[in-house]
Design a protein around this ligand. Structure first.
Ligand code: F6R
Length: 366
């Protein structure tokens, strides 16, 4: 059932273009530029009435939630809080019937996320689930929601569920924004069109697997790795660091690139690999100067750049190219090399990538 792949994790990384097509099937129609989510049709009035959105989740799902915050705030102009379910449930948080709570969970069984839902329900908030496992506890506890439909995820480290969650959040933010009238037609149409091109662009990224396997060998020596990104790429940096920690047992931290100078840059020396998401977008020049600061301290930079970038390619130690896409969709492409990097480093170190020590696929206890 690994279909010729040595591990489920690698299979699931490579499945992503196909999974995302399944996730978008019947929901995205690029011919007529339209996103249709049945939950948004069924619960339109209540969704439009929401004054605030609270996303509750754990781990990788929480990282997807951070991307959701940017998407929803950008397109729908509704304030969004992203909460660790475990903190939210014990904090006596302010939740009202005017809130929309989005619970994100691959397994649909995470105990803290389920408890956060039960708490929010008591305040009368509408609960929207974004889950993978059909018929699991969280979808059953929610009022409505959208499945990510990426198929069973076996590898303990979450991969395709993350990109599936991001795609659902893109579709949800577009569908809501359209109903609210907070998005112009041009932007809406551009994002819908580009979404349909993402699976093929992901395939292009996956073609660099051998190259990433080669460069992974260089970095197995590391005891610490820093991941940097800004804007939509900041949660991707967090996710890249989590993947590396989980399966290779190398300590890794994700940071917003500009926070470097507020502390973490003290860690940089010639032993320190720094993975930087430095794609060509509004923040490019600023991230470029962060890279220069790291190189001035002899750090080893692995940069994710937009195809054709020459400036960063000249100063970074290693470069991975990504096809150009819209900034709000960049996480879908930038995540893939970070999954592969974590995977190959763990394989080089002879770790059990599908079943890392101390971790379980569903965390049904708190
Ligand atoms: C990371 C990972 C965990 C889960 C977390 C939440 O690779 O697998 O951090 O993301 O335990 O799980 P779900 O999404 O099932 O609620």
């Amino acid at each position: 059932e690994k279909c010729g792949y040595p591990h489920f994790m690698l299979k699931e990384i490579f499945e992503q273009p196909e999974c995302l097509k399944n996730c978008m099937r019947g929901r995205i129609n690029a011919d007529v530029d339209k996103v249709t989510l049945s939950a948004v049709i069924d619960y339109k009035e209540r969704l439009l009435a929401a004054k605030r959105i609270i996303i509750v989740a754990c781990g990788t799902s929480w990282h997807a939630g951070l991307i959701g915050k940017q998407l929803i705030e950008t397109f729908c102009r509704i304030p969004v809080d992203v909460e660790y379910a475990s903190e939210f449930r014990y904090r006596n948080p302010v939740v009202t019937k005017d809130d929309l709570v989005i619970a994100m969970s691959q397994s649909g069984e995470t105990a803290d996320t389920l408890a956060a839902i039960e708490l929010a329900k008591r305040s009368g908030a509408l609960i929207y689930g974004i889950c993978n496992a059909v018929g699991s506890s969280i979808p059953r506890a929610t009022d409505t929601g959208s499945y990510i439909h990426v198929g069973p995820e076996i590898g303990v480290a979450s991969t395709k569920a993350f990109t599936g969650q991001v795609i659902v959040l893109v579709m949800l933010s577009l569908a809501l924004a359209k109903e609210k009238g907070t998005i112009d037609d041009q932007t809406y149409n551009d994002v819908v069109k580009e979404l349909s091109l993402i699976p093929d662009k992901m395939k292009e990224v996956l073609e660099q697997n051998d190259k990433i396997a080669d460069l992974s060998r260089i970095f197995t020596y590391a005891h610490n790795v820093i991941y940097l990104g800004r804007g939509y790429s900041y949660p991707v940096a967090l996710e890249g660091a989590l993947k590396l920690k989980e399966i290779s047992y190398i300590h890794a931290e994700g940071y917003p690139a500009a926070e470097m100078k507020h502390g973490p840059i003290a860690l940089v020396d010639s032993d320190m690999p720094v993975v930087v998401i430095a794609t060509h977008n509004a923040m490019y020049e600023k991230v470029l100067s962060n890279i220069q600061e790291i190189k001035a301290r002899k750090g080893r930079v692995i940069a994710l750049v937009t195809k054709g970038d020459e400036t960063i390619s000249r100063i970074a130690d290693e470069v991975i190219e990504l096809p150009k896409t819209l900034e709000c969709l960049e996480p879908l492409l930038a995540t893939i090399p970070l999954q592969l990097l974590a995977y190959h480093i763990a394989v080089c170190k002879d770790k059990n990538v599908d079943q890392p020590r101390n971790l379980a696929k569903s965390v049904t206890v708190e």
